[in-house]
Ligand binder design. Sequence first.
Ligand SMILES: [Zn+2]
Length: 266
Amino acid sequence: MADYYVTDARVMAAALEKYKSKCHKTIKHRLRTFVALSRLNKKALRQFDDMQKGVITEAPDLWKDFSNGKIGKSITGTEVKSAFRAFIASEQGNLCCYCQRWLLNNGNAKPIEHILPRESFKHFAFNFWNLAVACVDCNGLKSADVWGGGDKLNVRDYPAPSSFTEMYHPRFHRFKDHVRFVRVQTNEHNITLYRGITNQGRKLCRDLLQDIAAKEVLINGNPRIKSSLATINQFEPEEGSALEKAFLELQEAFSAAAMKLVRPKD
Ligand SMILES: [Zn+2]
């Protein structure tokens, strides 16, 4: 079975080239955006080298600075993230990279996901292959954990697709090769059953998808919550606005509260 659908440098180069033509919504800003991102990537790697050599003990959070600031004179991090989100969401068929549910239309419901988590892999924060788009539930549930990649800690260059044998990698793996899922909808309930069919798929189900499915049952079983959430999700606050921030905080808090019921031990 072909486990990996990104297999060689040629395919990866073509994907990067495609992104280059879409990395900013304004054509004249694209080249500069792409160059600035490459620079940030190199800067993150330099930080990693300095940490390894003991030159510095703590590195500034480049991703956070990028998200809240500008790259170049007239390009904001918000614009670059927005274009990236649109590009990757379209590549993913507008489905969450992990649970394969539809991504909602507003930007705040499509967090950019660092596949090897940013907390432990700061030097991959701007690596094109380490980024995907997840739903709020998956992003929120995953963020604190390193669920794989133990052998990749302290590795400088981004690991090759074939080395992801311990974890599901949404940019390198094809979901259907690793997980089967069935969705059952009744008048009151949406129930999704996930079943891993490979090591990576089984781990993804254990670490994440079983809880996502449980949360779905919990929320859809409560008509008032279900309809309130549907109303909230209809709004499309402007990216970077105070309203978007408030919505995101509400969604995250709600998600965390629901997950507490699903995972009482955490
Ligand atoms: Zn998801």
